[in-house]
Design a protein around this ligand. Structure first.
Ligand code: 3HC
Length: 702
């Protein structure tokens, strides 16, 4: 591993070039901060140094403060692990230096990296460099003076936009002109070449922070904005910097930051799959993809590929279906154009990469096929036998099934080594998760190829094992089951949805069922009842709703009424249907509705999900617990600031999860029965996320 160092070279012209070297992103690790102080002190002392340039090696200025330090603070609770950079280095050493200091920015200057640059007397930036203060995506505010210096340089409103990541790309040559005459003007003029940064300013990440939901999250924007306003009011510089540092440290210790930092590392860990990414394989290029089935999923998948410049052959069984598929793809692309996210010429180029077909002739030179037809085993088996013959021998044969065992899908072929699941989430061109399902026969090369092309189409691929519902749907199956139990125990449907959205999920379980359509609920329920009969609850509610002519959003009538142009409204005419369901299930103790708090509603719905996650972990369906976290955030929209399902359960405490489930299983049956894994971890006081001694190692060691 390359060593983190800071170097200094002094030229004959008297310019000292101080360079940060900490690949891959020149993060400001503790030794780097110490090294910077040392080199700046030396440059200040030396008589042969007349001016200083601060830069980063390897084409990147700096990706900011070392996020690993936050992780250590979260583990230890010791905030003193973070050095005082704001005053100690940026003000006392850099800003107050008698010698002019210029930051030379290439590649990226993010977070603390940009803050260092802003402490310099001037900045020179490559036009395409990525500048941003993305701290909010980690649950914190900038802590090295960024809330003060950025507004001075680019104005308050742009600065706030950047910090809140409301505006991802400011115009390319947006000059970051000083808002007012700077008191350090003489030193600035003395700088060798004073240029305002003419950079492509990018808030690096557009976090979905759910600020309206979590009080801890909403304090972040408040802190950032109040620090910026203080700057505007020209409060004393030291007082403001102290306030910024205090708020920064307070936020670092919050659960929100813990969750978001965990998600940052969890997402990156998904790229490391033992015996796939660490055995020297090189990904093969995927230039042409065939998609079978132009329905909602198939057309979404096709959209994702053409938008990333990959040619798609879309196969349907007749012209009518083909036309429907094409129209859906065109509509997907058009939405992006209308929202200003895609220029018209790029949209036309993408659509030109789409070719509709009714037979397999075009399959002769495709690199990958993704089957996206209805969930029917024999139909899928026939298709896989046909594509095995029609495609070249290197071609990857993938299925977008969300539940069917992949060994069955490929049973009638002799190509099991190149068969795997490519499970996209609806809408496939929008949702970022790609669940890659491998069987014990899938070759590592094929997994690596799909991971690579998955990233090209801007997905986050998570490799999982083969079982009913795979990792994500299996883990979250109890989500709707728990909600149905609660309703049949007498809890109000709309209250459940309200409580769950307040917790941070975008939709409650019943609105989600309305959105997905009841057919999906009925067919997946069947699969799970077959696979796990001892822990499924058979609610008659959906069938009663179907009998009453409802099919959710599809026909405008479900738990809610859907009318064009207005928000879904609770439909109180379903109350007698719910009553009928309660009569049939007859699970209310003493025939009276149970009384529960909002917290109990959340826990009775989400603890069974945690319980299933425990089984998924025990069976080794995922490589590491954090893969389930990222899958829950990106596939099921679990709030990222809670860190994902397992991380959240560890924060809540496995003991509490276990004892609650045990109590409910005694009162309401085996659906709540704690799994062996949960019981063992809760009893021994081991976090659910900790790898078992026999399982693969954690992110840090991979
Ligand atoms: C006090 C200050 O105000 C506080 C701060 O500065 S907080 C930090 C602010 N900076 C950030 O949030 C930037 C975070 N990083 C990123 O957004 C992206 O990594 C990037 C745009 C810099 C580069 O993206 P990309 O080229 O796709 O590489 P990516 O895979 O994300 O990262 C490469 C490696 O660098 C690591 N890394 C990136 N930024 C890091 C950071 N600031 N600290 C520590 N490690 C970092 C990643 O964990 C990854 O490690 P791995 O290879 O072991 O998994």
């Amino acid at each position: 591993m390359a060593r983190a160092t800071v170097t200094m070279e002094v030229g004959n012209d008297g310019v000292a070039v101080i360079a940060i070297s900490n690949p891959p992103v020149n993060a400001l690790a503790i030794p780097i901060i110490a090294g910077l102080k040392e080199k700046f002190d030396e440059a200040t002392r030396r008589n042969d140094v007349r001016a200083i340039v601060l830069t980063g090696k390897g084409g990147r200025f700096s990706g900011g403060f070392d996020i690993n330090v936050f992780e250590k603070v979260h583990k230890t609770g010791d905030v003193s692990l973070m050095p005082d950079v704001s005053v100690d280095l940026v003000v006392n050493v850099i800003e107050d230096s008698k010698k002019p200091i210029v930051a030379a920015i290439e590649g990226l200057a993010l977070g603390g990296g940009l803050e260092l640059a802003m402490g310099c007397h001037a900045r020179v930036s490559a036009p395409r460099a990525q500048l941003g203060l993305p701290e909010l995506s980690l649950g914190i505010i900038p802590g090295f003076g960024g809330t003060q210096r950025l507004p001075r340089l680019i104005g308050l409103s742009k600065a706030v936009e950047m910090m809140l990541a409301l505006q991802q790309d400011l115009p390319g040559a947006a000059a970051l002109r000083p808002e007012r005459k700077d008191p350090n003007g003489s030193r600035r003029r003395a700088a060798v070449r004073y240029l305002c940064a003419t950079a492509c300013v990018t808030g690096a990440v557009a976090p979905t922070l759910g600020a309206a939901v979590d009080p801890a999250v909403s304090t972040i924007p408040k802190c950032a904005v109040s620090c910026c306003s203080a700057c505007r009011m020209r409060c004393s510089a030291c007082a403001i910097l102290a306030a910024e540092a205090r708020d920064f440290k307070k936020l670092v210790l919050s659960d929100t930051s813990k969750g978001l930092v965990h998600v940052f590392f969890a997402q990156r860990a998904t790229s490391k799959v033992p015996k796939v990414t660490d055995i020297g394989l090189k990904p093969r290029p995927i230039k042409k993809v065939a998609i079978i089935g132009g329905g909602l999923m198939g057309s979404g998948i096709a959209t994702a590929f053409i938008l990333s410049n990959i040619s798609v052959v879309l196969k349907e069984i007749n012209n009518e279906y083909l036309l429907k598929g094409r129209k859906m793809i065109e509509a997907n692309v058009q939405v992006l154009v209308s929202k200003g996210k895609l220029p018209r010429d790029k949209a036309d180029k993408a659509l030109s990469l789409l070719k509709g077909v009714l037979d397999y002739t075009e399959f002769r030179d495709v690199d990958m096929v993704i089957e996206a037809v209805i969930e029917n085993i024999s139909l899928k088996q026939t298709i896989f036998s046909e594509i095995e013959k029609a495609c070249p021998s290197h071609c990857i044969l993938a299925s977008n099934t969300s539940t069917i065992d992949l060994r069955l899908v490929g049973e009638k072929t002799s190509s099991q080594d190149r068969i795997l699941g490519a499970h996209f989430f609806s809408p496939a061109h929008v949702m970022p998760l790609l669940e890659i399902v491998r069987t014990e026969k899938t070759s590592p090369q094929v997994i690596l190829d799909l991971m690579t092309v998955g990233k090209i189409i801007k997905k986050v691929p998570v490799v999982v094992g083969n079982c009913t519902g795979f990792a994500v749907n299996r883990t979250f199956f109890p989500y709707s089951q728990g909600a149905h139990i609660l309703v049949n125990l007498g809890v109000d449907v709309f209250r459940i949805d309200r409580v769950i959205t307040k917790f941070g999920l975008p939709l409650g379980p019943f609105q989600l069922q309305d959105l997905a359509g009841y057919g999906v609920f009925i067919s997946t329920s069947k699969e799970f009842i077959n696979a796990f009969p001892e822990r499924t609850f058979k609610s008659p509610l959906i069938e009663l709703l179907v009998q009453s002519g409802r099919n959710g959003k599809n026909n405008g009538k479900g738990y809610y009424i859907y009318e064009k142009g207005s928000q879904p409204k609770p439909d109180l005419t379903i109350l007698p249907i719910i009553e009928e369901s309660r009569q049939l299930t007859n699970i209310m103790p003493g025939k009276k509705p149970i009384s529960v708090t909002d917290q109990e509603i959340v826990e009775m719905i989400l603890f069974p999900v945690v319980n299933e996650a425990c089984r998924v972990l025990e069976e080794g369906i995922v490589v590491r617990a954090s893969d389930l976290d990222i899958a829950s955030v990106l596939g099921m929209s679990f709030p990222s600031y809670r860190g994902g399902i397992v991380c959240w359960a560890d924060m809540v405490g496995p003991r509490h999860v276990y004892s609650s489930l045990k109590k409910w299983s005694e009162a309401y049956g085996d659906f709540f029965k704690p799994s062996r894994y949960l019981e063992e971890r809760a009893t021994k006081g081991i976090p659910l996320s900790e790898p078992s001694s026999s399982s693969v190692t954690s992110r840090a060691r991979l």
